[in-house]
Design a protein around this ligand. Structure first.
Ligand code: GDP
Length: 139
């Protein structure tokens, strides 16, 4: 049994490429309710904290550069089985391996610039949501 909330970001590449509206449409059409949302930009410190789990990976520096280079849309989404269903909706990390019709297949450009983030567990969804939103910003 999994929880009913997940956390997402529309990443800087998708914002730059004009895909905010199309991605939000896919998300709501798939049955997710937006319970928190903001348009913001991560500081270097924010990105390093958010992605701390990847700090030993060779691409960590590139990931921080990418995620801080422009605005993002952060959101908390609600649906039964939210984490798993959202990961299915966005598709594999590498858009070349993502299933047809998934958000990354449609809008990502590479494994690095892959359009959207989706939390990978209920625990991380809660941590990531709390990183971006205060209680009064969640509905
Ligand atoms: P996710 O859970 O599908 O987002 O994938 P991961 O947790 O493995 O990686 C986190 C993020 O790091 C990905 O969404 C990409 O933006 C980035 N990333 C993953 N692999 C690479 C890579 O090989 N090079 C670079 N530059 N970034 C990567």
């Amino acid at each position: 049994m999994t929880g009913n909330r997940t956390f997402t970001m529309i990443k800087p590449d998708a914002v730059e490429n004009g895909h905010i509206g199309a991605i939000l449409e896919k998300i709501t059409a798939a049955g997710f309710k937006i319970v928190a949302m903001k348009y913001t930009q991560l500081s270097r410190r924010d990105a390093e904290t958010f992605y701390a789990i990847h700090k030993e990976r060779p691409f960590f520096g590139e990931l921080v550069e990418f995620m801080t280079r422009g605005p993002i849309v952060a959101a908390i989404l609600e649906k039964d089985n939210a984490v798993e269903d959202f990961r299915a909706l966005i598709g594999a990390t590498n858009p070349e391996q993502a299933a047809e019709g998934t958000i990354r297949k449609l809008y990502a450009t590479s494994v690095a610039e892959n359009a959207v983030h989706g939390a990978d567990s209920d625990e991380n969804a809660a941590i990531e949501g709390a990183f971006h939103f205060s209680g009064r910003e969640i509905f």
